[in-house]
Design a protein around this ligand. Sequence first.
Ligand code: NAD
Ligand code: DAU
Length: 355
Amino acid sequence: MIIVTGGAGFIGSNFVRQWLANESDGVVNLDKLSYAGNLQSLADVAGNPRYRFVHGDIGDRKLVDALLAEVKPRAIVNFAAESHVDRSIHGADEFIATNVVGTFHLLEATRGYVASLTPEARTSFRFLHVSTDEVYGSLNMDDPAFTEEHAYQPNSPYSASKAASDHLVRAHHHTYGLPVLTTNCSNNYGPYHFPEKLIPLMITNALAGKNLPVYGDGKNVRDWLYVEDHCHAIRLALAKGRLGETYNIGGRNERNNLEVVHAICDALDQLRPRSDGKSYREQIVFVTDRPGHDRRYAIDATKLENELGWRAQESFESGLRKTIQWYLDNAEWVSGVTSGAYRDWMTKQYGKVAA
Ligand code: NAD
Ligand code: DAU
């Protein structure tokens, strides 16, 4: 068995599905079901005998100790986190609680568990921590992409909390010999993406006839990776990555936000034309910028490509097309996750502009 934390979220649910389809071990999914965790994202595997869901917090030592003793996993993949930058700007308490303190408790529980293993089981055990390119800070337009050697310069409460967790993971390796790996990935997109992040928000708002709120001048650049490619890279790192190493993951797909929103509008114009014959681009509005908004992220994935033989399978165009089609085909999932709490967030963040 392996244990995945945060498996009811966007990337975690895609990872669980991909794991069950490609690997022989079973998966235990430990998730506290925050607003971002939805069991509907795993409804298709809920009955799989190799899958089990456990409702709980990574920071709950008693629960995690007992789960590790019972399941005896050969690996833990830690996706659990608060992940939305804008929410961290409104209030970072939950980010510190889960991303920093929760990760610390999970590491400590894992340390105790690993100490209890036979030397053979200890040698093959892995703790893989899923992190972000945002820990490296912001690039200028002509800077080279982030390598694993880039200094940590987090700028938002979210990225600072992820940086802290990365440091704790590193320290547990160097001090206690915990067999860890860390991956730092760029912006993901794809199915089951909670519609508070740029791509799913733009698709769902466009279809609902709402405004498409672009922060600042729309020229901030992100490096987009289809979620299945990220999950594949994590499986490779788990299987073949060197202990204590970090691996950057990214698909060399830099786009500014306005380019992304235009691409979504143009695809929807073809796939689901507006009844008035106008383009979805008409719904774009420029809104107040995100405080401390990082200008550009870009990942240099050379290490992952050379050492582990990983290549992204989707281009931005093919991945975006699949994603948009998925949202068109899964309106029920969208209405299931956009509950009252979601509507409260939209009003808090966008007021009358796009809520
Ligand atoms: P998400 O917000 O969609 O999902 C997070 C999941 O973690 C949810 O299911 C939530 O219920 C669960 N969770 C939160 N706190 C928990 C706790 N204390 N105990 C147990 N479960 C808890 O996030 P995501 O976009 O799927 O991101 C997953 C991971 O990947 C995060 O660590 C994030 O920092 C990292 N990451 C995300 C991206 C991206 O573009 N989304 C890119 C790089 C790295
Ligand atoms: O780079 C990896 C990170 O990517 C992950 O670590 C985070 O968990 C994930 O949320 C994502 O962070 P971003 O802040 O880059 O993603 P978001 O979708 O929130 O925003 C993408 C860009 O779009 C960013 O420049 C802000 C802009 N944006 C976002 C929203 C929600 C808008 O212009 N309008 C919006 O309404």
